[in-house]
Design a protein around this ligand. Structure first.
Ligand SMILES: *[C@@H]1O[C@H](CO)[C@@H](O)[C@H](O)[C@H]1NC(C)=O
Ligand SMILES: *[C@@H]1O[C@H](CO)[C@@H](O)[C@H](O)[C@H]1NC(C)=O
Ligand SMILES: *[C@@H]1O[C@H](CO)[C@@H](O)[C@H](O)[C@H]1NC(C)=O
Ligand SMILES: *[C@@H]1O[C@H](CO)[C@@H](O)[C@H](O)[C@H]1NC(C)=O
Ligand SMILES: *[C@@H]1O[C@H](CO)[C@@H](O)[C@H](O)[C@H]1NC(C)=O
Ligand SMILES: *[C@@H]1O[C@H](CO)[C@@H](O)[C@H](O)[C@H]1NC(C)=O
Ligand SMILES: *[C@@H]1O[C@H](CO)[C@@H](O)[C@H](O)[C@H]1NC(C)=O
Ligand SMILES: *[C@@H]1O[C@H](CO)[C@@H](O)[C@H](O)[C@H]1NC(C)=O
Ligand SMILES: *[C@@H]1O[C@H](CO)[C@@H](O)[C@H](O)[C@H]1NC(C)=O
Ligand SMILES: *[C@@H]1O[C@H](CO)[C@@H](O)[C@H](O)[C@H]1NC(C)=O
Ligand SMILES: *[C@@H]1O[C@H](CO)[C@@H](O)[C@H](O)[C@H]1NC(C)=O
Ligand SMILES: *[C@@H]1O[C@H](CO)[C@@H](O)[C@H](O)[C@H]1NC(C)=O
Length: 385
């Protein structure tokens, strides 16, 4: 009965709907607040009817998108809001907006945390990287008394942790970057002394190998993967920066930042430049920002933030601007947020978070909303921008 209604609503525009024109219909319903994505079970071999059927038979499905060209069905537990479901304009797709039987299960379940397997070792100040096989590699850190060189893998499909090869050097305050060849580059850090060493993890063997040393020791630095595949490391109690070339395993120094920084951020802009913001250096909190141009290896200063901050976050929004949130400054923990516009080099303040946060996280959700969570040292709250 429900299926018949839906099919009759959607059957006619099937071949005409472009996904950027999200189809809205009489069964569109706004009472939902979750965004969750899964593939239809018949990926690559779906029909529009099987896509509708799957959505109708998944308790949480609110929207299904059927891609005609590759016969794929994607299911979302999110409503057909303009802007929620976005794709390129040349993809032929039908957007199926599905409403549950009113009065039964209209609402998405409340978001909740689910307990999963425990790591074999307690650790803080470690890193976590999502590998190309979907597993999560956790490296190093500190357990309250000992610096760690161990690493573990989390398998999301089982919720299990397994130990994998150990790094040759124990470290915290290091970086971990997933290279385009699938390996993970770990750089620098601290284990009682500041470290210049770097090592590579190979997911196919579970082994670590040492690679070139950085020219100097760094911790609380940043590492960013440039579009040319090289890794740009910046600061960490110094103003220097250097580039790692995965094809040779060599480091080369590049231009220096105008000031020494640590606890700063580095973000790759859509024009390929790297925006570095704030941090701490020369005994002051920094509000300055600078841009690295990979084509010249030069740094140029750009507009300064209105508030000096360290341990903040920086996220690239879908409009290309950079959202900086919270952190710690001369007045303590910060709730303020500012936006950087790469086209003008200007910062503007934007809405404050409801609470001050430092050492928190900011993640971009599927629907382009920014989820901010926690903060040092006992915040369990989260908010959306
Ligand atoms: C959304 O659902 C809740 C719980 O079912 C209900 O109380 C509320 O009135 C609904 N809001 C709208 C706009 O339908
Ligand atoms: C984006 O998703 C989050 C999490 O599900 C939700 O709370 C938020 O309202 C959504 N934002 C928009 C604009 O749909
Ligand atoms: C969805 O399908 C794509 C393409 O087959 C696959 O790469 C991806 O892992 C699938 N995602 C999930 C959550 O199953
Ligand atoms: C795709 O669907 C056709 C027709 O239902 C079926 O014969 C075929 O085995 C399916 N292929 C796959 C890979 O599931
Ligand atoms: C099918 O095409 C859509 C749009 O291009 C894409 O998002 C999706 O990943 C594709 N799925 C598969 C299995 O290729
Ligand atoms: C930290 O690691 C050391 C060495 O493995 C161990 O003796 C100690 O109990 C650990 N501390 C915690 C809090 O796990
Ligand atoms: C791995 O995961 C499976 C399924 O969740 C579970 O039954 C098993 O006990 C786990 N193994 C370990 C070593 O934790
Ligand atoms: C590297 O991995 C292989 C396969 O897992 C293993 O046999 C070998 O002992 C490892 N080598 C080192 C140096 O850990
Ligand atoms: C890298 O630096 C460490 C000390 O930090 C040193 O022991 C090692 O020999 C260096 N390796 C190379 C290849 O220079
Ligand atoms: C750079 O890498 C090449 C090839 O691996 C090596 O021969 C050379 O010695 C390296 N140069 C430096 C400065 O480490
Ligand atoms: C910028 O880069 C160019 C080309 O590498 C170089 O000639 C120039 O001196 C650099 N300018 C500054 C200010 O570093
Ligand atoms: C914004 O940028 C423009 C162009 O770079 C500049 O002329 C203007 O003074 C800037 N405004 C502020 C408030 O910094």
């Amino acid at each position: 009965m429900y299926l018949a209604l839906i099919i009759s609503v959607f059957i006619s525009p099937i071949n005409a709907i472009i996904i950027s024109q999200v189809h809205r219909s009489s069964i569109y319903h706004t009472n939902s607040s979750c965004a969750r994505l899964s593939n239809g079970t018949s990926a690559g071999n779906a029909s529009i009817q099987s896509c509708i059927w799957e959505c109708a038979h998944q308790d949480q499905c609110r929207t299904a998108v059927y891609f005609h060209d590759n016969r794929t069905c994607l299911l979302y537990s999110e409503d057909c809001q303009p802007g929620n479901i976005i794709s390129s304009t040349d993809v032929r797709a039908s957007v199926i907006c599905y409403r549950r039987n009113p009065g039964s299960n209209n609402q998405c379940p409340p978001p909740s945390w689910i307990k999963t397997g425990s790591m074999s070792v307690a650790r803080g100040y470690h890193t976590a990287s999502i590998l190309s096989n979907g597993k999560v590699l956790v490296t190093g850190g500190y357990n309250g008394s000992v610096y760690l060189n161990s690493a573990e893998l989390y398998d999301p499909s089982t919720g299990n942790w397994t130990t994998t090869g150990s790094m040759s050097v124990a470290r915290r305050y290091h970086t971990a970057s997933l290279l385009s060849n699938g390996k993970v580059l770990v750089t620098g850090g601290y284990n009682g002394v500041s470290l210049n060493s770097a090592e590579l993890y190979d997911p196919s063997t579970g082994n670590w190998t040492t690679t070139g040393n950085m020219s100097i020791a760094r911790y609380k630095h940043t590492a960013s993967i440039l579009s040319n595949g090289k890794v740009l490391v910046t600061g960490g109690y110094v103003n220097s920066a250097e580039l790692y070339d995965p094809s040779t395993g060599n480091w080369t120094t590049t231009g220096n930042m105008s000031v020494a920084r640590y606890k700063h951020t580095a973000s790759i802009l859509s024009n390929g430049k790297v925006l570095v913001t704030g941090g701490y250096g020369s005994s002051v909190f920094l509000n300055s920002a600078e841009l690295y141009d990979p084509s010249t290896g030069n740094w140029t200063t750009t507009g300064s933030m209105s508030v000096a901050r360290e341990d903040h976050t920086a996220s690239i929004l879908s409009n290309g601007k950079v959202l900086v949130t919270g952190g710690y400054g001369s007045s303590g923990s910060l709730n303020s947020a500012e936006l950087y516009d790469p086209s003008t080099g200007n910062w503007t303040t934007t809405g404050n978070m409801s609470v001050a946060r430092e050492d928190h996280t900011a993640s971009i959700l599927f629907n382009k909303t920014i989820l901010v969570t926690g903060g040092c040292c006992s915040l369990n709250t989260a908010e959306l921008y």
